[in-house]
Design a binder for this molecule. Structure first.
Ligand code: MRU
Length: 373
């Protein structure tokens, strides 16, 4: 996607030194656009843990490149043991997004058939790049499929603006390119369909305010930032035509884990007959589980994210962090919640659109029928 008219992906191999992986530092957005070099698997772990990179697809792509960096660090004699150790370290960085373990396992599986460390290193580089390319391509296809839903809604409204509510950032910043929830929006906008996006600010990390607003703005998509609690009110007044969100892990029967607060949006959507869509590449499915509430590990993050609010000071323009509760106040901070499949109208995947049910998902991914279920 474009940043000030230059095309970027969120992660790429340096063109001058292929031992360096480059990322956009999302902690600096929306105030500064900067890139960071990852030179080791430790750098990759740090980037995921500290959320320089975040979002299901991008976490997966970073894990893929992380294994490539690990392969460069692994000793010739201890290659396999070293790699397993690095892989465990990567996997432990963030628990909820299934793309992380999926990418690490895919890399290890690919390397297992190589004969020697040098061949493994070459293969790791190629496979990490393949994961990144595939993520971008899958998101592009999600855009193509999802655009049809928006186009239909627009026709039904006689060409009037389609108002889409989204939560968190499931944009191109959360993937390698295009995004999941945003891909249909960009595709619709680019083809001349009038769209407007209600962006939930998404406390506590404010990915909606700082990232989704930034990337929609860069692409010229009309949008309005709203507080997390406004969605129900907007829906009651007929101001939302659809909710479109991403997901960090989706079970075999269509339960969807996404940023905390998504479930409440789905409840409000159901109560107001507003369609609730979830966009995801196949790497976000976890075909080994069927009960999202019981089986999806939910990341618990630092209470400081709740008790402190940070941003640019309105008085001096400097970065500031302020406490907005009494110093002794305790806080809890689960990062994700699970929306049961019954509240999801459709899943939008790279292969097409399906019901959020086991039958619907297997209809698109028939090869999964016997493997994990
Ligand atoms: O904690 P994050 O920022 O990594 O959370 C991921 C998200 O942005 C979402 O929940 C998103 O909607 C799905 S990930 C594509």
């Amino acid at each position: 996607m474009k940043v000030e008219n230059t095309s970027y992906r969120t992660i790429w191999l340096s063109t001058t030194n292929d031992r360096i992986v480059r990322i956009i530092n999302q902690l600096a957005l929306p105030h500064r656009f900067e890139t960071v070099d990852l030179r080791s698997v430790e750098d990759a772990c740090f980037a995921i843990e500290q959320m320089q990179v975040r979002g299901a697809g991008l976490i997966g792509a970073t894990a893929g490149f992380g294994i490539y960096l690990a392969s460069l660090q692994a000793g010739n004699k201890t290659f396999d043991q070293d790699l397993i150790r690095f892989a465990e370290k990567l996997k432990s960085t963030r628990p909820t997004a299934s793309n992380l373990a999926w990418a690490v396992d895919r890399m290890l599986d690919k390397l297992s058939s190589c004969e020697n460390p040098d061949q493994k290193r070459e293969t790791a580089k190629a496979e990490a790049q393949r994961i990144a390319d595939e993520d971008a391509e899958f998101c592009r296809k999600i855009g193509r499929h999802g655009k049809k839903i928006i186009a239909e809604a627009s026709t039904q409204k006689g060409g009037d603006t389609i108002h889409i509510l989204t939560h968190c950032n499931a944009g191109w910043l959360a993937f390698v390119d295009y995004g999941s929830a945003t891909a249909p929006i960009y595709a619709a906008h680019d083809s001349g369909i009038e769209v407007h996006v209600w962006v939930d600010e998404t406390r506590p990390r404010n990915q909606g305010a700082s990232l989704t607003c930034w990337e929609l703005g860069q692409h010229g998509v009309p949008h309005t930032l709203v507080t997390d609690n406004l969605g129900g009110h907007l829906m009651q007044r007929g101001l939302v035509d659809m909710v479109l969100v991403g997901t960090d892990r989706t079970t075999a029967n269509g339960d969807v884990a996404n940023k905390i607060g998504t479930y409440l949006k789905a409840l409000a959507a159901k109560d107001n007959n507003v369609p609730f869509y979830v966009a995801l590449p196949s790497s976000t499915f976890d075909f080994t589980i069927r009960d999202g509430i019981k089986d999806i590990p939910i990341e618990e993050r630092s209470p400081d994210e709740v008790t402190l609010v940070s941003g640019l000071s309105s008085s001096n323009g400097e970065w500031a962090s302020v406490r907005h509760c009494p110093p002794q106040t305790k806080a809890k901070n689960w990062g994700f919640d699970v929306t049961p499949a019954r509240l999801v109208d459709k899943l939008i995947c790279e292969r097409g659109i399906c019901d959020a049910s086991e039958e619907g998902i297997l209809g698109l991914f028939p090869e999964r029928k016997k493997s994990e279920l």
